[in-house]
Design a protein around this ligand. Sequence first.
Ligand code: ADP
Ligand code: MG
Length: 238
Amino acid sequence: MGRITLDKVTKRFGEVEVIPPLDLTIEDGEFVVFVGPSGCGKSTLLRLIAGLEDVSGGEIRIDGRDATEVPPAKRGLAMVFQSYALYPHMSVRKNIAFPLRMANMDKAEQDRRIESAAKVLNLTDYLERRPGQLSGGQRQRVAIGRAIVREPAAFLFDEPLSNLDAALRVGMRLEISELHERLKTTMIYVTHDQVEAMTMADKIVVLRAGNIEQVGSPLDLYRSPRNLFVAGFIGSPT
Ligand code: ADP
Ligand code: MG
């Protein structure tokens, strides 16, 4: 569960090709970070995997299945956005339960999953509050909780921490890494922040204008950057 392969995947918006043919394999359980400057196609790539955008060419396979045959809600992937996308009029409990209610899940099973996610995320005492009564970090945890309860094959994070202040960002980074240690679920994490990439990733994918410049572990990229762009971006000595 959670192996994702991209085979010559392309994406055009009108005449503009933002993702030229791209091949990539993400192994089950890996923490993969897509990193690169703003506008390089990180979000587009994530949205293609999630099925929020259609590929213009090529193939995405999730656990061997051709993803184009599977609607987004059935892909077993849970996306966490920078904007949190919480419902302000609903309690934390209802926000977290939302995808489960949509799936008509048995109420007892819903409650079991909510309690368990709340415990992991330190939200047990906040379940009856509304998002407006929470701090930024807590809101981000609710958004992550809503992903956890779906027990997805993979988590997709799109710059989840960019709305948080620097100190909180460090803490949430650790929490997400811990969550990965605990769940061992595939995570794809998009950021333009080199420090996040270097500290969180098993595997870093460096993107530039929709092209993969290099794929490797943080240490590989630091020691053997393939070109000046990667070296500059990762901060390798040159
Ligand atoms: P990143 O997340 O790395 O900042 P994006 O994936 O959002 O980059 O964008 C990559 C490129 O695709 C940018 O040039 C952006 O303007 C363009 N783009 C993204 N979404 C659309 C869209 N819906 N229509 C047209 N162009 C888009
Ligand atoms: Mg983006």
